[in-house]
Design a protein around this ligand. Structure first.
Ligand code: SF4
Length: 456
């Protein structure tokens, strides 16, 4: 008998990874050092494109739900040594990368990249262009906090080549905004969207969060009504990850104000229904886009991929990430930088690199990463095609995974037959749980210390 959605949620709401990488970040280890990263850069396939990431960790104030590596400060002078370190790190890395390689994608995240003033935005982008060569059609995007943003900030981004912006909206309800210490009026958001359109950004993304304190289905429906009226090109609707044992400041959130499981389910259903009615297509876990968007096309063509920035069309690019805590990725290696700002700056001043930990993927890691990614991106997996690609017999190689996934199939989350696996509409809510069926590390590690947020 199929369980009702709320029972499924109760059953499957367990700590689990979001699979922006596999193996996931907790398995990166400090045995991986600078010489390993140098080797990874040296052996990288020069035909692959580049995806650059710059982490700007500064924010004016602290949002209580924040899960990012950030520093809340009003002292702008802190940006001076940090920007110098970014420049040095980019120079050191660029010296080890084939100069013929083109940047297909460039992204600034944080923190708040627009914490930087317009002149520093121009200077940083000029330095990135000096160290690397951007393709003419590169996708150049920036995360933007609408608060304290001026027209000049956006103009500086546009002038230096940014063509996409992503605004953190989260929730428009004043009670929710107060509960998470992020007050931003409707007028403010409307204005920054208008400015972006006036400046000619080709894609506007809005981020929302479900599961915030004081959120109700009625209030969030009002947020969705306003947001869809602004007609962004994409929407990312993240589930709030309450992990106060990892992010101490989340203790500032009153847990009694968090929506219960039944409300979270209704919130998610409201998102799917209202964004669907507004013409958006749900891409896997948490992204929505218009039917003509390249993410939707990539999903149809089975070329969609998942990395630390979420869903992407740039599977064939290596990520070179700069700044404290940022994570780089080549075809077979993950590398994470030192997280603490001062330590990051000191290490960059010393050698130009700040490798904290990393991981070289085994062939089994690569095969499992591909299986998890196919499920999360394509929502289906053809056993024969997958087996041909990796020279394995899928049913033999993944016999354990298929056995582990059987109960999920019995609960209606996926269909498995002799030739393929397909995620059902109900199963879309549980993609992380399905991915976990392929995760060897979860099985091998016996630990009662929570490492991940809950899957639902
Ligand atoms: S602006 Fe973003 S990075 Fe900064 S505290 Fe708020 S959520 Fe975190």
């Amino acid at each position: 008998m199929t369980l009702p959605p709320l029972e499924l949620l109760r059953k499957y709401s367990v700590p689990g990874p979001r699979y922006t990488s596999y193996p996931t970040a907790p398995y990166f280890h400090t045995g991986f050092g600078e010489s390993d990263w140098h080797a990874a850069l040296a052996e990288a396939d020069p035909t692959r494109g580049l995806s650059l990431y710059a982490h700007i960790p500064f924010c004016d104030s602290l949002c209580y739900y924040c899960g990012c590596n950030m520093v809340a400060t009003r002292d702008y002078s802190k940006t001076v040594p940090y920007l110098a370190a970014l420049d040095r790190e980019m120079a050191a890395t660029a010296a080890r990368v084939d100069p013929a390689r083109r940047v297909r994608q460039l992204h600034w995240g944080g923190g708040t990249p627009t914490y930087l003033n317009p002149d520093d935005i121009r200077r940083l982008m000029a330095r990135m262009r000096q160290h690397f060569t951007l393709a003419d059609d590169a996708e150049v995007s920036c995360e933007v906090d609408p608060r304290e943003l001026t027209f000049e900030h956006l103009a500086a981004l546009r002038e230096t080549g940014f063509n996409r912006v992503s605004f953190g909206v989260q929730d428009m309800d004043p009670a929710v905004q107060e509960a998470v210490n992020r007050i931003q009026s409707e007028f403010l958001i409307r204005q920054v969207i208008d400015w972006s359109r006036e400046l000619g950004f080709s894609s506007i993304n809005l981020d929302l969060i479900v599961g915030l304190p004081k959120q109700t289905v009625t209030s969030f429906r009002r947020t969705l009504e306003r947001v869809t009226a602004w007609a962004p090109d994409r929407l990312a609707v993240f589930a709030y990850a309450h992990v106060p044992w990892m992010k101490k400041h989340q203790k500032l959130i009153n847990e009694a104000d968090l929506p219960d499981l039944a409300t979270r389910l209704e919130l998610q259903q409201a998102v799917n229904e209202m964004l669907g009615d507004a013409g958006y297509v749900n891409i896997g876990l948490d992204h929505f886009a218009r039917p003509e968007d390249e993410l939707v096309r990539a999903q149809q063509n089975k070329t969609l991929w998942r990395n630390f920035q979420g869903y992407t069309t740039h599977k064939d690019s290596d990520i070179l990430a700069f700044g404290a805590s940022s994570i780089s990725q080549t075809a077979g290696v993950y590398m994470q930088n030192e997280k603490r700002l001062k330590h990051y700056e000191a290490r960059i001043a010393d050698t130009g690199f700040a490798v904290e930990r990393g991981l070289r993927l085994t062939r089994d890691d690569q095969i499992r990463r591909d299986a998890i990614t196919r499920v999360m991106c394509d929502l289906e997996l053809d056993f024969d095609a997958f087996g041909r690609e990796w020279d394995i017999v899928f049913a033999d190689y993944f016999a354990g995974s298929l056995a582990d996934l059987r109960p999920l199939a019995e609960d209606g989350l996926l269909e498995i037959d002799a030739s393929r696996l397909r995620v059902t509409p109900t199963g879309r809510l549980f993609l992380r749980n399905i991915g976990m069926g392929f995760d060897r590390y979860l099985k091998d590690t016996a630990s009662d210390k929570p490492r991940y947020s809950r899957t639902a």
